[in-house]
Ligand binder design. Sequence first.
Ligand code: BGC
Length: 767
Amino acid sequence: MDAEKIVQELSLEEKAALTVGAAFWFFEGNERLCVPRTLVTDGPHGIRKQKVIDSLMGSGESVEATCFPPACLSAASWDPDLIEEEGSAIAAEASSEGVSIVLGPGTNIKRSPLCGRNFEYFSEDPFLSGEIASAWIKGVQKNGIGTSLKHFAANSQEKKRLVSNSVVDERALREIYLSAFEKAVRESQPWTVMCSYNMINGTYSSDNRWLLTDVLREEWGFEGLVVTDWGAMNDRVAGIKAGLDVEMPGPDDANVNAVVKAVKEKRLSQEELDKVVLRIVGTALEAEKNRKRGSSYDKISHHELVRRIASESFVLLKNESLLPLDGSKSYAVLGEFAEKPRIQGNGSSQINSNYVDTPLEMLKKAGYDISYAPGYSLERIDDDSLLKEAVALAKEKDAVIVFAGLTRESESEGFDRTDLSLPGIHDELIEKVAAVNESVIVVLYGGSPFLMPWLERVKSVVLGYLPGDAAGSATVDVLSGRVNPSGKLPETFPLSIEDTPSYGNFATEEKNVLYKESLLVGYRYYDYMKKSVLFPFGFGLSYTTFSYEDIKAEYDDELGKGCVTVKVRNTGSRDGAETVEIYLEKLESLIFRPLRELKGFKKVFLKKGEAKEVVIPLSERSFAYYSVPLGRYDVEDGKYRIYAASSSRDLRLSVDVTVRGNKSPQVMKWRPGDDFALLFKDGKLPLSPESSGITMNSTLSEVLEDEKASLVFKPLVDAFITPFQGKSDGMSRMQVAMAADMPLRAAAVLTGAISLDEIREKLEELT
Ligand code: BGC
């Protein structure tokens, strides 16, 4: 039977049942009409399929799988083809486990370097994010496995992520926070989109018709399912009206009954429900078709692919002739990360890796003369003895390789960092070692930018972000020169937290998060404000050098198409790859806009001495800005300067083109520093009102502060917080932080310790 026929045959109760998950990891099916349940798992950088798949909680032990580099590193590849390969490999693993949909890619914009979950996102720039997300989706889906583009949208902090209200003006929303999603939807049509937990301008994403229907489906042509993030459902009936298809996780009888009741009472029409059900049934049938095909994969070749992706994405930040390593030198290898590299971030994306190789093991295997001292401990509070031992070793050797970075405890889903420093004694170790040995190489792991107070005192710095399970081999490939580094930063490394665009408006105690920097996110801010940075967006060195020649640009106004052509030459003594970055600037613009914006890029491999012509396409969108009064993208008439650049601050060549467009565009008077409210209708901020008393949307921490409510809801606290309290490991910290910020309605579906109906009854008792 086809999907439409099935929908006709389903009863109202059966239809309602399909709109809520069957279990933690299954969309509901219908046995009578042979609609199978659909198995979905996290993602994004591998398969996290729980061993006990029908368990109620989502954090159980998972099957072994390949841990690919998380998004923070894969975006640094600037290589969509490579990331498409990663997608295909992940699809093969999903298929071998009977998984139909992988929950990724995470495509939120990095608004602040402090966001605890930045490691799971690609970039501060929407164009780069959109290109990489699209490629990953294509790679997965061409193998018959679905994806879930998440978290839609404006979910750029962990603090209060389930209840916060992202207050963003529409132009910034469109140009910065939605546009990577738009690109991925238009170019790759993901099977599903996962709505975010938070509110946007006062409405929860799960109930947001403007977001889920007007924009996503009607403007962008999305054809798939919208699912909630796990526990994000605010109002099931409002969600159906808004275009939210599946509530996850389940079961949740209260919401199934609410849907039935709403139809009976004519608050929800059959047609509205049928639209949702048709999409659910269609996806289930499609998933089943592909699931039957099955597949297997080769663990060794996937590990090799991780190694290739990671080594081609590592970013060489500084090199004063210490790299590649010299086989005739003796090296002190310091820092416990050499032995236990941090390969991925903490939280729902955490893969149970098949096999991790380590830098220490691979340096030995490569035959280098190395001696190791841990320098710090990843498990216990540091004492001076490890530091002293490391410094003593550093004194004896020709050169030093120090491994340092962000630890599991300092960066995680569920909470945000509070400062930009490295944790523990990592900085101190580097400083002390640099004081006794002038040949210091630093290798850094971590999912987000940090400060480097010792930068002037070391010779070479390699950033490995989070390299996945080939951490050791990839690191040694780059250190040894077997691979010439070609990664570039997908985000700015700032000089201080005070310098960052969202400083003062990020992860505060407020539920309303004001995106006051508007369009000026990442390099758009630093460039507009003329601020110095530690390392600019798009920056990355190589063991060779490149020159840029002969830039040309053409653009046909009628067709809305054009291209930039530039010749790149490898002028150094090694083969290597360069990414050409294309930035656009509107000359004499009448409207407020960032100085320059990334509109294209292309990575090209060149043998030493070789030159190649690189062609990068332009479209009408490359020149456009979002006009709120017109309700669409608009192109301003006039001259645009196009730069071919090696980083956002290393503009090599430029050429001007004249574009025919709107001669009287919206003149935008607002400038950074002006009243933020002026960017909103009638000059009023769309704030979420503070709720009075305990409601479904009160968080567990609010419940705990209320004497009566804390007694009534004790079972929830016991299930969700008590087992993790007082523990300092990353997972426990995450659990406690997430639970504190979790509204009652979400805690019910995520713990199964209490039902939504029971919560309603208890809330009535309280009043
Ligand atoms: C995360 C999602 C994840 C889901 C299922 C949520 O807490 O935000 O990214 O896919 O859990 O684990």
